[in-house]
Write a protein that binds this ligand. Structure first.
Ligand code: ATP
Length: 311
């Protein structure tokens, strides 16, 4: 069963149509990432799917419940965490979690057990009895996500989980997300880091001006984009010119003494290229490979640089 299905979601603010018919299918126990530049409609999509606002038209189910017919069941099955932290700074990590356990009506013993388990799982046990205002950014994010998990949600909407964290903090968070998913939870991730989507997401959808313009695994998306090439660097202009004659399909790379040769990144095609240069006695100074990454995909699909910073 799908954790999330959406068909033809539309939503306008005034006369601005923000979502123009969004379809989504998110398999249970996977990470699905929605990518888009500022204003693409990501937050609006998450708000609709988490029942905060209603779509003007279209339909959707989350954890098997219809958004319109059974919003309470949807709310009971989801967790939302992200930009606005639910952490109370004046309480300790343990107290914050305990508060969530009480709000979720967990009994005393069950609540206590769950809190301890989460403190350990999220690597905050050592600081459990310090007040949250003393926590680092990474610990706060982990505590925030741990608080979402107290209610045992089936689907978690994770909005920009690692913005502002250092590389170590980001890696720790990714590790935790992987563990949560391994337990069968579904994660709907919005992120400004393409690398994060690449690391975590089973499938990625690119939202552009309110429409999904591409969907697939990171590899599928990368394969759709031309852009893999070898960059050959020369010291002498005449070498560059003879290489260009020999290879044919190369193009000059700006003002530099460099040639950009389309290449699929396979060993065989690289070897063929080097053999050709060798046979024609062309002296190449150095070479570098460029395989398309999600940045290329994003740029090609949306025609805009991915400089998403959250408003
Ligand atoms: P960001 O990365 O900046 O958060 P986003 O993809 O999440 O972008 P949304 O927040 O969904 O984008 O916004 C999409 C569009 O809808 C924007 O042009 C925004 O100005 C507009 N919008 C969002 N909320 C409202 C609102 N409450 N009233 C009017 N316009 C809104």
């Amino acid at each position: 069963m799908n954790a999330i299905t959406a068909t033809g979601l539309r939503r306008s603010y005034g006369d601005q149509e923000v979502l123009k018919g969004v379809d989504l299918n998110v398999q249970r126990g996977t990470v699905f990432s929605l990518l888009g530049a500022n204003g693409a409609g990501k937050t609006t999509t998450v708000k609709i799917l988490s029942t905060l606002i209603r779509a003007d038209s279209g339909s959707a189910t989350v954890a098997g419940h219809d958004l319109v017919r059974d919003p309470d069941a949807v709310r009971a099955a989801i967790g939302v965490t992200g930009q606005f932290s639910a952490v109370d700074n004046l309480l300790t990590g343990r107290e914050n979690l305990k508060l969530m356990a009480d709000l979720n009506h967990l009994g005393r013993t069950e609540g206590k057990l769950k809190v301890q388990l989460l403190l350990e799982l999220f690597d905050i046990a050592d600081a459990a009895d310090k007040i949250a205002s003393t926590y680092s950014g990474g610990m706060r994010r982990r505590l925030d996500l741990a608080m979402t998990l107290v209610g045992s949600p089936q689907v978690i909407f994770l909005d920009e989980p690692t913005t502002g964290l250092d590389p170590r903090g980001r890696r720790a968070m990714w590790e935790i997300v992987r563990r949560i998913v391994a337990d069968g939870v579904t994660i709907f991730l919005t992120t400004q880091y393409l690398e994060e989507a690449d690391e975590l997401a089973d499938r990625i959808a690119v939202l552009d001006h309110g429409k999904i313009v591409a969907e697939g695994t990171a590899d599928e998306l990368k394969r759709r984009i031309p852009g893999g090439h070898v960059l050959l660097q020369f010291t002498e202009l005449r070498d560059l010119e003879s290489a260009a004659r020999v290879i044919g399909s190369a193009s000059r790379d700006g003002e530099a003494l460099a040639l950009r040769v389309p290449n699929d990144g396979s060993v065989r095609s690289l070897k063929a290229l080097l053999d050709r240069l060798d046979q024609n006695a062309v002296a190449v100074d150095s070479l570098s490979m460029h395989t398309p990454d999600l940045d290329d995909v994003f740029l090609a699909l949306t025609g805009k640089p991915e400089t998403v910073t959250h408003s």
